[in-house]
Write a protein of this length. Sequence first.
Length: 135
Amino acid sequence: TFYDSPERPRELSAGTDEAGLTSVLVDYCWNEDLKMCQLKIINPAKPLEGLRTQVVEKGDKIRFLFDASPELKAPLPARETLYSFEGDAPLEVAFNSDGTYTVPDEKGRHNFGYLAEYDGDIKGQAYYGFAVIVK
């Protein structure tokens, strides 16, 4: 069955009009009982260590796309939630009506977590992390 396979979630691409952002798959869970998948929403600073962090302008919009290759068995998410962090405390932030996120005005590094949830024929969760530096 799918649940016994090593299938990983689809790659998440994030980027502004000017540049792509590096995102990492922090953790994931596939389980027929979605309640068994309760991934921890952690600050992704550690998984992002050593990776290039993109510099962006305040007000830039970040777009999110999943690899839609038809040969992949992993589903596309039914729900997506975006988190920013004050230290290690997650704060859910809203997407714009067009599915983008507007970069905050505050200068410096901002880490984000992106939770994708699957509740169709295949159930599970995937948690990604990315960061930007606002100049």
